[in-house]
Design a protein around this ligand. Sequence first.
Ligand code: NAD
Ligand code: APR
Length: 235
Amino acid sequence: MRKGNIVILTGAGISAESGIRTFRASDGLWEEHHIEDVATPEGYQRDPELVHRFYNARRTLLQTVNPNAAHFALARLEAEWPGQVTVVTQNIDDLHERAGSNTVLHMHGELLKARCPHSNQTIDWTGPLHTTDLCHCCQFPEPLRPHVVWFGEMPLLLDRIYHALSEASLFIAIGTSGNVYPAAGLVHEAAMHNAHTIEINLEPSQVNNHFDEHRYGPATRKVADYVDELLGAQK
Ligand code: NAD
Ligand code: APR
C-alpha cells in the first residue's frame, strides 16, 4: 500500500461495541423512535421538548461509554502518519476525539454542542438541553437547538470533506449502512480521485459493490487488524 493521504468515513457501527446502539439494526434507535418526530426540523418545531429528551438521553449515555479498539486503532494510524489522516464521521458522539484522533470532521454535528438557530454559533453543551436555554449571541435571545444535522438539512463541513477526498489515496468506510446521502456517496468521490476503497462492516452495506476491497466482521477486530497491516507494510 502506497503511503498517502487517508480519508476514513465512520458510522454508527464503529461505536456499537462501545455500547451505543446503531440506527437501522433490528434493535436500532429507529425501531424505537420515529425519525419524523426526533430527527427532522418539522418534528422539532412540533415538539421541541420531545426532541430534547431524545438527545438528552443520548448525551447522558455518552458519559457512561468509552472508545473501543477500533477508535484507538484509527488514532494510532493518525499518530504514525501525522497530517495525512482525516476521519469524517456521521457519528455525533465524541469517541474518536477521546481515543486521540485530532482531525475529525463531524458531518452530522456533535451531541456535546448546542447551536443558535439564528447566528449558527455553537457552544459546548454537556448537560441536558431545554427549550428555556437561550443563546447569548443575539439581541433577542433564541432557544438553542442540538448541534445535530436532521433529515432534510445540509450536512456540515462538506467543502473540507471533498477537499480531503481529492487528495486521498485510500478511503476506508467503517460501520455505516450506506443508506444516507451524501455520506453514502463519498466512496464514488474517492474512487473518482483514484483512491483505493475499502469497506469494513459487520455485513455488506447498501453500497458495498462500489468498494475495491471488503472486510466483514466486528470493527474492534477488523479495524485494529487492518491498521496493523497498514503500519506493518510501511516498515
Ligand atoms: P433526506 O433526503 O430527507 O435526508 C438526507 C439528507 O439529510 C442528507 O443530506 C443527510 O446527510 C441529511 N441528514 C439530516 N439529518 C440526518 C440525520 N439525522 N442522519 C443522517 N443524515 C441526515 O432523507 P431520505 O433520503 O428521505 O432518507 C434517508 C434514509 O433515512 C432512508 O434510506 C431511510 O433509511 C431513512 N428514513 C428517513 C426518513 C425521513 O424522514 N427523511 C424517514 C424514514 C426513514
Ligand atoms: N462492527 C462493524 N460494523 C458494525 C458493527 C460492529 N460491531 N455493528 C454494526 N455494524 C454495522 C451494521 O452492519 C450497519 O451496516 O454498522 C452499520 C450501522 O448502520 P446505521 O445504523 O444505518 O448507521 P449509519 O450508517 O451511521 O447511519 C447514517 O443515519 O439517521 C442517521 O444520523 C444517523 O448519522 C447517521 C446516519
